[in-house]
Design a protein. Structure first.
Length: 363
């Protein structure tokens, strides 16, 4: 029996990355529906502004395909139930937030569907969710493939008289920013908060048109975001990174990963993660190592966000008591392992299997 594939235009992003040939496939659903053979649908959605559209698209394909593979373009989706009505006070839909795991569990266990995401779930899912290294939007190899990125690495300086111990980009997390400002580690930390208009874009990187958002792509590198760029003006004046994830579910149900971890990994920097409970545990489950040899990582066990942030700041302050030269010497094997693992692990394994031998991945 012939293998028939339907491929979303957006899925070509994955095909290029995993060196898969999408030419002998259907992109027109009507033609695909009428074709004879074993049918596999490959669906990708980057925007996710309309979660109902993605849900309906998946259901449409479940009616005709033997199996449906879905890639989440965003590492962690969050949405609200529109049936609750509009909250005029907060200018958004009313009701609780739902996340990636909620969306996956909308589908029955009997539905023939497999998901891919740049996230790790801490709760039981009705369907498999395989990890994809989408920390950088384009590809995890951008610092090997693009001159604009390779040049930035040559501008990083290994010196021992840096102005700050830490850099902490709070993005839109004002709660974190104010907690930092009230903590004794603040004078030792270079920090920004886009939501408050406190931004920094050094001369070697491309600043977004909207300085409050780094998600813009730029120039001919339309698949590289401003936020993907390592800023030498920040790294050259700080020893360590405290990375803050974009979406942190209050109930700690799923941990996402992004360029925020990828940049210090590539630059060989120790870092702390402001994320969910068990974020480091999820990170280690992907084959990376963390820095408990010198950093107190007990914050990863704290379920309450506010308390967890205080523990993070305390861990940051405690590390400042140590000589950075000794810290780097102690962590050198871990830093080298993480960089090698980032570049050399076959992150496309399940993706390639879904394409070349889908029945084996489904089993």
């Amino acid at each position: 029996m012939d293998t028939i594939r339907y491929v979303d235009t957006n899925w070509h992003h994955y095909c290029k990355r995993a060196q898969l040939d999408p030419t002998k496939t259907f992109t027109d659903f009507a033609h695909y529906k009428n074709a004879k053979g074993k049918k596999y649908s490959y669906i990708q959605d980057f925007g996710l502004e309309d979660i109902e559209h993605l849900e309906n698209k998946i259901k449409l394909h479940l009616d005709v395909a033997d199996h449906v593979f879905v890639g989440f373009g965003e590492p962690l989706i969050m949405y609200k139930d529109k049936s609750n009505g509009w909250d005029h006070e907060h200018n958004c839909w009313d009701g609780p937030w739902f996340y990636t795991d909620d969306f996956i569990n909308k589908f029955k266990k009997s539905d023939r569907i497999t998901f891919f995401a740049n996230a790790v779930s801490h709760v039981k899912l009705n369907h498999s969710m395989h990890y994809l290294n989408d920390m950088f939007f384009q590809d995890y190899n951008i610092y090997n493939d693009y001159e604009v990125c390779k040049t930035l690495l040559t501008k990083l300086i290994n010196k021992t008289n840096k102005k700050y111990y830490w850099e902490l980009m709070c993005s839109n997390n004002t709660d974190l920013y104010y907690l930092l400002k009230g903590h004794k580690v603040d004078p030792l930390t270079f920090s920004t908060c886009h939501k408050l208009g406190i931004t920094h874009w050094g001369p070697d990187v491309v600043a977004p048109k909207d300085s409050r958002s780094g998600a813009e792509s730029f120039g001919k590198y339309h698949n590289i975001r401003c936020s993907d760029l390592i800023d030498p003006s920040i790294y050259n004046e700080s020893y360590y990174s405290c990375v803050v994830e974009t979406v942190i579910p209050e109930d700690n149900r799923v941990s996402m990963f992004s360029e925020k971890q990828a940049k210090p990994i590539i630059a060989g920097r120790p870092f702390i993660i402001v994320g969910t409970k068990d974020h480091l545990k999820a990170f280690r489950s992907l084959g990376f190592k963390t820095f408990d040899k010198v950093i107190d990582e007990s914050y990863d066990d704290e379920p309450d966000f506010h308390k967890r942030v205080i523990k993070v700041l305390d861990s940051m302050n405690k590390l400042c008591e140590l000589d950075p030269v000794d810290v780097y010497a102690n962590l050198k094997p871990i830093l080298e392992h993480n960089k090698n693992h980032f570049y050399n692990n076959n992150w496309n394994y399940e993706l390639q299997k879904a394409w070349l031998t889908p029945s084996q991945l489904i089993e």
